[in-house]
Design a protein around this ligand. Structure first.
Ligand SMILES: [Zn+2]
Length: 201
């Protein structure tokens, strides 16, 4: 629904752009003027891309990554190695690992990390669904790829403790990733190497 003309259309755009991550006031201004100076079709494509992503993208019911069809591209790809599941905290971590091209198994997105301070325990994450996926014995290895920070390590330790009794090999990304850093910001070579040189827990 377009807002009524209150004379603040440009300011509203600047405010909305300024709320985006990584966009400061200067960038917001640059983007706003770019849109203002573009033709109507360019503006329409941008706004419909934003609306479509909200309407058409949902969580994959198997791995909880983002999906545009019933299940995500990875879960629906028959060529993926179904004996491995890489556990990450957020869907964007899946993209980071996919970019390395070092991993061809499946994923499981927890939807966060264990954080007593934020009152997030295993029950608030997709841990039960992960355990369900391990029940039929097809998965031989679970790679814990939570971030190398305190909460990521706590989450990995917890998962390793509950998964190992199932007889599944549990591995953790090799060190070399910046401690306290975010998987998302690791370069592809470093992250790819961390996957290849993963260690048993
Ligand atoms: Zn999936």
């Amino acid at each position: 629904m377009p807002e009524p003309n209150d004379g603040r259309a440009l300011q509203r755009l600047l405010d909305e752009l300024g709320r985006l991550p990584g966009i400061g006031p200067k960038s917001a201004q640059r983007i706003a003027y770019y849109i203002l100076e573009s033709d109507a079709e360019t503006a329409r494509r941008l706004s419909s891309a934003i609306l479509d992503v909200k309407r058409q993208v949902h969580f994959c019911p198997i791995c909880f990554s983002y999906a545009t069809r019933d299940t995500c591209d990875v879960c629906s790809d028959a060529s993926r190695d179904r004996s491995r599941i890489c556990v990450v905290s957020e869907p964007r971590d899946v993209s980071a690992i996919e970019r390395t091209d070092s991993y061809h198994g499946l994923y499981h997105v927890l939807g966060g990390v264990i954080s007593p301070m934020d009152k997030v325990g295993p029950e608030q994450l997709h841990v039960r669904e992960l355990m369900g996926r391990l029940a039929d014995g097809e998965v031989k290895e679970v790679i814990l790829a939570t971030n190398p920070d305190v909460e990521g390590e706590t989450t990995a330790t917890y998962l390793s403790r509950v998964i190992r009794p199932l007889g599944v090999t549990v591995t953790r990304l090799a060190s070399g990733l910046p401690v306290g850093g975010d998987l998302e910001y690791a370069d592809e070579v470093t992250l790819g190497r961390a996957i290849e040189e993963r260690r048993s827990l």
